[in-house]
Design a protein around this ligand. Structure first.
Ligand code: FE2
Ligand code: FE2
Length: 321
């Protein structure tokens, strides 16, 4: 994927911005918003959806609950900053990002409602997330929110790339709706991974602030969500506390998430911390081939894995600033 150096009068005024790279979004083009109808049903739910390991799966359920709050922050921040973007294509991509995130949030909330029937602590986690976001993140000044948005989007891009490279991990369960929800979400996180970053670099570009937003996203996603995931199996089934079979698979679950060799986060630390590079850009990690493969796999009209749930695709118009 093409990345170009930002060269304009601003750079001459601020030499520290010389490392900044942004996407060649004229070549990348517009982005669509895709609508679905999943109709989640509690009877189809598999509480060991991820590789048949309960604790590793719990991370995805906790993430599903908490990510909707991160997406609301992304939507609000993107809406605010869209007005300052002058390039019509990038503006379109921001509108599509907002639409994609709004639908992720909508369908994850429907999914989370279904998790309540399986005794997952959705109401408690929602209450906690609401309080944290209301008293901290949502009160941040817009430049810090913009930096956080870029940081959150970096984590979802890393997660998306990992999941796209490990497609088989989604096929250890017959829960086709959970699989569809996560595969669609991961594809779009990878599809729009450069949008928030480009907006940040154009409107700010401050390195220290970029790393501050990353640090907050790091603590929230790897700390807060993991804590929620740790507790989740005991809310679902308190007898897990004394279950030999549960504890037997606990270390496998931990290594599936945090193992250095192949764990979701453990094996991607190099990618996560690549964000510290002053001339980092999300498209330095090229996922074009995976995106093309998954678009065909998920949306092919005949055999697409998401075709049974697909409603329509809409591309926001390109408008002059
Ligand atoms: Fe999302
Ligand atoms: Fe996103």
């Amino acid at each position: 994927m093409i990345v170009t150096s930002l060269k304009n009068a601003t750079l001459k005024k601020f030499p520290l911005r010389k490392h900044i790279k942004i996407s060649d979004y004229v070549s990348t083009g517009t982005m669509p918003i895709r609508h679905f109808n999943f109709n989640f049903d509690a009877k189809d739910f598999d509480n060991k959806f991820y590789l048949q390991k309960e604790w590793a799966s719990a991370y995805f359920y906790a993430l599903s609950i908490f990510l909707t709050y991160g997406e609301e922050l992304v939507i609000e921040t993107a809406r605010y900053h869209r007005d300052f973007i002058t390039d019509p294509i990038l503006k379109q991509r921001v509108s599509a990002l907002i639409g994609q995130e709004a639908l992720h949030s909508k369908f994850h909330n429907e999914y989370n409602d279904m998790l309540i029937e399986h005794h997952l602590p959705v109401k408690l986690f929602r209450f906690l997330a609401e309080k944290v976001f209301e008293h901290t993140f949502l009160k941040f000044p817009q430049p810090l929110k913009l930096s956080m948005m870029a940081g959150i989007e970096h984590f979802t891009a890393v997660l998306a790339e990992y999941m796209m490279k490990h497609e088989d991990h989604f096929y250890y369960s017959d829960d086709v709706k959970s699989r569809g929800l996560w595969m669609w979400h991961m594809l779009e996180e990878s599809e729009h991974k450069d949008v928030a970053y480009d907006v940040y670099q154009i409107l700010s570009g401050n390195y220290a602030l970029r790393i501050s937003g990353f640090a907050i996203a790091f603590v929230t996603i790897l700390g807060g969500v993991s804590l929620g995931a740790l507790a989740l199996p005991f809310f679902r089934k308190p007898s897990n506390l004394v279950s030999l079979s549960f504890w037997k698979e606990a270390s496998t679950s931990a290594s599936l998430l945090f193992g250095r060799k192949n764990g979701v986060f453990g094996s991607t630390m190099g990618h996560i911390f690549d964000y510290f590079r002053p001339d980092f850009h999300p498209n330095d990690h090229d996922t074009t081939a995976y995106l093309n493969y998954y678009k065909k796999k998920l949306f092919d009209p005949e055999i697409g894995a998401l075709t049974p749930f697909f409603v329509k695709e809409f591309t926001p118009a390109v408008r002059a600033a």
